[in-house]
Design a protein around this ligand. Structure first.
Ligand SMILES: [Zn+2]
Length: 266
């Protein structure tokens, strides 16, 4: 399992200063399912035409660092693989900073929660229209939508197991709130579970027993949430997971540069 990512966005780290955010993706090598990518970050097409692909508001608010070397496809190829080796993509959700690289892996099967796919393909309201960009899936991905498996639990969380074409060590854990069908992706590797929490939280301090979060991140999460009450409830459940099962399950989110640094070092 290999963390991919880089400094991609300057975003409000506090009310007075801008902080650095990353797009933390995962590349997983499996014995029978080829390479599996968790989230895609920005893609090469986003870098060629950022305003059309991501919208003027996002680009002017976040000043994304559009460096081709940091695109997932560039990092996959730098590791000696080809784009066709990536057979599966799992998306925590379909926001433009997570789904932008789909077109760089046009043959991959794309796993996502059914609620998220429904909202992204038919966005309701201005908030959804701003966050989902149909140009990013205009190539027609092979979608694999999922709903929680009846009776299945992962550390007490509902989950979707038995994902088409994927080994049982990879599953999806619905964590709605940030977006309608947001999910975390759980990957078992070396006897440890790794949980890519996407945008369920933004700062490592939010997972500490004494919750702390820069004011800018806190406000941003509240403003962009599909359902802020549900987001905060699920964030609390993650904090409890870390408290009770931190030795068995390691959690990290999509945009925290500190967590990406730790993952690269380990
Ligand atoms: Zn994001």
């Amino acid at each position: 399992m290999c963390p991919l990512g880089g400094p991609l966005v300057d975003a409000p780290g506090s009310l007075l200063a801008r902080g650095r955010m990353v797009c933390h993706c995962l590349l997983i090598e499996t014995p029978s399912s080829g390479l599996v990518l968790v989230d895609t970050g920005f893609g090469l097409d986003d870098m060629r035409d950022p305003i059309r692909r991501m919208g003027r508001m996002f680009v002017s608010l976040t000043s994304p660092k559009l460096d081709r070397a940091q695109a997932a496809i560039s990092q996959v190829e730098a590791l000696g693989f080809q784009r066709s080796d990536v057979q599966h993509i799992l998306l925590t959700h379909m926001d433009l900073d997570h789904a932008g690289g789909l077109a760089d892996f046009p043959k991959a099967r794309v796993h996502v929660m059914q609620d998220e796919l429904d909202e992204a393909l038919d966005p309701k309201g201005i908030g959804s229209r701003e966050r989902y960009k149909s140009a990013q899936w205009a190539h027609g991905p092979l979608w694999s939508p999922h709903t929680p498996s009846a009776g299945e639990r992962w550390f007490g969380f509902e989950c979707a197991r038995g994902l088409e074409g994927l080994p049982p060590e990879i599953l999806m854990v619905p964590l709605s709130g940030h977006s309608r069908g947001h999910a975390a992706i759980a990957v078992q590797s070396g006897g440890m579970w790794n949980l890519h929490c996407g945008d369920a939280y933004f700062h490592h301090g939010e997972m500490e027993p004494n919750y702390r979060c820069p004011a800018g991140f806190k406000a941003f999460q509240r403003i962009v949430a599909y359902d802020d009450g549900l987001r905060r409830t699920n964030q609390g459940r993650l904090r409890e997971l870390v408290r009770a099962h931190g030795r068995e399950a390691r959690v990290f989110c999509a945009h925290d540069a500190t967590e990406l640094g730790r993952a690269i070092e380990s």
